[in-house]
Ligand binder design. Sequence first.
Ligand code: DLZ
Length: 159
Amino acid sequence: MKIPPSYQIDKNKIKNKKLKFAIIVAKWNHDVTKKLYKGAYETLIQSGILKEKIKTWEVPGSYELIYSAKKIALCYNFDSIIVIGSLIKGETHHFDYLCQSISQGIKDINIKYDVPVIFCVLTDKNKKQSFDRSGGKIGNKGIECAKTALYMAFFKNSI
Ligand code: DLZ
């Protein structure tokens, strides 16, 4: 099994392989998720992925990432799916239930279907933390996740 070194991806190889990516974006906390999306999309393009090989869907909230990723895994043949969401702790227990069920749900899809689903869901205490991780002082998790998606797309095709 030959796997390219992490994040060192040959652009020509990517074009030859015609890798296909799905990105699902939750609209809840859209000021954060749109920045994560931008980071992820631009990273794929800069890595040589063709525009027509990237398909984007929007869903209402992060909880809907579970069903939509499952449906896309079932109906299409993408090389990797990136799910983008932003969960921010509020006054109720919603945050804890959502974090738990979304991470479990995405994990289940990774186990059940033959497509790597990359978890680009921020789980933060407040908006400031979310902005820091979506193009602010800590970087952009969307960029990291796109690199992971590229790596895993190669992994999927190398076995
Ligand atoms: C309900 C809810 C809450 C309280 N917080 C968030 C959040 O921080 N981030 C997010 O993406 N979605 C949130 N939601 C919405 C749920 O993800 C979902 O859309 C609804 O519960 C409907 O299923």
